[in-house]
Design a protein around this ligand. Structure first.
Ligand SMILES: [Zn+2]
Length: 389
């Protein structure tokens, strides 16, 4: 058994729940319990209701006393480090064990589903790049009481959470969280460290959850967001969240903060960064557009395409050109004709005036780079199946 955080000192004997709930009201309508500051009567009443429901337990009074006398949230300091010589691989070593009848592997006082073990191990390896992640894993394994169940979902349960009753952490390795106020995104690995922070501070969780804290919702969220989460964000050079409000975004990668693109978006992005090699001759330039003459081949007569001049750089004596494809949008351009590349590698001539698409097949004279062939192949994956790749 090990203590992840320094114990909050016990409250003085005369510090009862009634004393903890004594308050004054200032002229601005704020309610104050010592240094605790509630913005309005409703916030104070929800605090009172929550604390009365817990019922004046000694550990609750210790936390309330600490918060009311210092104005600070206890246990925000770094998790106590793991003993020297502790390694992530040592902690993940199954030592040849077989899954139990319920399909769980046991790692100290933790249990992980056999079917999720690889995902769990990858997640912990990433978290343990931060010494606090290593400390958290050590303290989770060496915790006491009911075993911790650690679930790692893969797109099927996107609601990361810690459930104190069942002592279960749920993390989804395809989702990150974007702050509604400052827009920063918390990657999968840091979101996991957030939930791990709730678990390791579970002794005081209901007391702190019962104290409203503005954008952080409650002091337990503030403790974790400003604690292990913010420290890991800083280590990874990301701005910290300043609220507990936001949205879930799909990502590829445990430390990724970039929203994952759909298959089509992904294909478009690859196309945009893949230069096309066009065969033909460059013609007249006008109004920011350059004509490009494509010679006849066995199937198609000679024809002309228009490319945005700024996207076109000449190469090889004027008979070939490197063109960054123009991803035209019929609603953004008023040109009579634009060239559009689709996610499946087809080039479209789009006549925006007539709202018609003149060609929808691979264009003669265009040599598709290897990157685009790959795009064409991946784009055949149905969007629904490929959404969360
Ligand atoms: Zn939380």
């Amino acid at each position: 058994m090990s203590e992840p955080y320094a114990k909050t000192p016990p409250a003085p004997k005369d510090f009862t729940l009634d004393k903890a709930l004594q308050h004054t009201v200032s002229t601005d309508g704020h309610y104050h319990c010592g240094k605790l500051d509630f913005q309005n009567r409703a916030d104070y009443l929800s605090f009172e209701t929550a604390q009365r429901a817990i019922g004046g337990k000694p550990e609750q009074l210790a936390i309330l006393h600490a918060v009311e006398t210092t104005g600070k949230i206890p246990r925000q300091e770094a998790t106590a480090p793991a003993p020297a010589g502790t390694t992530v691989e040592g902690m993940l070593d199954l030592k040849g064990q077989k899954a139990d009848a319920q399909g769980f592997y046991h790692l100290g006082n933790m249990q992980v589903k056999q079917t999720e073990y690889e995902r769990f191990a990858d997640l912990q390896r990433e978290a343990c790049k931060d010494p606090e992640g290593l400390a958290q894993l050590y303290h989770m394994q060496n915790s006491s009481g009911k075993p911790l169940t650690y679930r790692v979902h893969h797109g099927e349960d996107r609601n990361d959470r810690y459930e104190p009753g069942s002592n279960t952490i749920h993390v989804d390795d395809t989702t990150a969280v974007r702050d509604a106020f400052n827009g920063t995104t918390v990657p999968v690995v840091t979101a996991a460290m957030h939930e791990q922070g709730h678990m390791l501070g579970r002794e005081g969780i209901s007391t702190l959850q019962g104290i409203p804290a503005g954008n952080y919702e409650n002091m337990e969220e503030q403790r974790v967001i400003e604690g292990p989460e913010a420290r890991d964000m800083a280590l990874r050079h990301h701005p910290a969240r300043h609220s507990h409000y936001g949205s879930v975004v799909n990502v590829h990668g445990l430390d990724s903060r970039k929203p994952a693109l759909t298959v089509e978006e992904n294909g478009r992005e690859k196309i945009e960064s893949a230069p096309l090699k066009l065969t033909g001759t460059v013609g007249e330039s006008k109004d920011g557009w350059t004509k490009f003459n494509v010679p006849a081949d066995g199937k198609t007569p000679a024809h002309e395409i228009k490319l945005k001049t700024e996207e076109l750089s000449l190469a090889m004596g004027g008979t070939q050109a490197q063109a960054k494809p123009v991803l035209a949008d019929a609603h953004k351009h008023n040109d009579t004709a634009t060239v559009e590349l689709t996610a499946d590698g087809r080039m479209l001539y789009q006549n925006t005036a007539q709202q018609t698409r003149l060609h929808a097949h691979p264009v003669p004279g265009v040599e598709y780079p290897a990157a685009m062939t790959a795009v064409r192949d991946t784009a055949r994956v149905p969007a629904a199946a490929g959404m969360d790749r």
